[in-house]
Design a protein around this ligand. Structure first.
Ligand SMILES: N[C@@H](CCC(=O)N[C@@H](CS)C(=O)NCC(=O)O)C(=O)O
Length: 225
């Protein structure tokens, strides 16, 4: 059994995409990052950077934080969605790292300056909206040559990238400029595992918060399940 510490954000969805694609059982513990659940001591033991997602593998006694590391862990454990060796493996890993070091942080700043900053900062809006556009241009060229991001097979690179680009409107991107990204979004959006992963936890309560006692109890219950 896995415990996924989750909030319904693009980084959280990366891992539900993987768990649904694998078809393995998992339980989610909601971590409300707006009310400060990410600073509870029992969460910090698993995720010292106070960020979701994080994963506990109760069977193996292994905890992993950082979404790219979690995707790699699950891919290697289950032998799926990451080739074991050769050029194909590094094709997947380079696009996974491209998302982790580029698209994710830049689109994250894009969301911040376009939607959450307490004051309007035109330079921040321009810088991160334009950098997101540049990154979409890079992805567009790759998807003009390949069905999936890292070639002809669904991989953990897709799981890292899809939940971010699904939010293109929020990132002020004109999808008409990116016909291959549009084609890819349509293709991904009809997969049943993708639909389930993107819609899971519909009743996540953004007003609620956990206590340390409640969190410990949930983790103990999941470990026994
Ligand atoms: N590089 C991290 C980023 C994770 C991340 O930024 N998580 C956000 C939600 S999408 C978070 O937990 N924020 C809480 C905070 O900043 O305190 C990963 O990919 O796992």
């Amino acid at each position: 059994m896995y415990t996924l510490f989750f909030a319904p954000t693009p980084n959280g969805r990366k891992i539900t995409l993987m768990l649904e694609a694998l078809g393995v059982p998992y339980q989610m513990i909601p971590i409300n990052i707006r009310t400060g659940d990410q600073f509870l001591p029992s969460f910090l033991k698993v995720s010292p950077n106070n960020r979701i997602p994080a994963l506990m593998d109760h069977e193996k006694g292994i905890n992993v934080f950082e979404s790219g590391a979690i995707l790699t862990y699950l891919a290697e454990k289950h032998g799926q969605f990451l080739p074991k060796q050769g050029a194909e493996r590094y094709m997947v890993l380079q696009w996974l790292f491209w998302q982790m070091g580029g698209l994710g942080p830049m689109a994250g700043q894009n969301h911040h300056f376009n939607h959450y900053a307490p004051e309007v900062v035109p330079y921040g809006i321009k810088r991160y909206t334009e950098e997101t556009t540049r990154l979409y241009g890079v992805l567009e060229k790759q998807l003009a040559m390949h069905t999936y991001v890292a070639g002809e097979h669904y991989s953990i690179a897709d799981m890292a990238i899809y939940p971010w680009i699904a939010l293109y409107e929020r990132q002020k991107q004109d999808i008409k400029q990116f016909p291959n990204i549009h084609r890819y979004l349509t293709m991904m959006g009809v997969r049943p595992d993708v639909q389930k992963a993107m819609q899971c936890f519909p009743d996540f309560d953004w007003e609620a918060s956990l206590t340390e006692e409640a969190l410990i109890k949930r983790i103990e219950e999941n470990a026994k399940a």
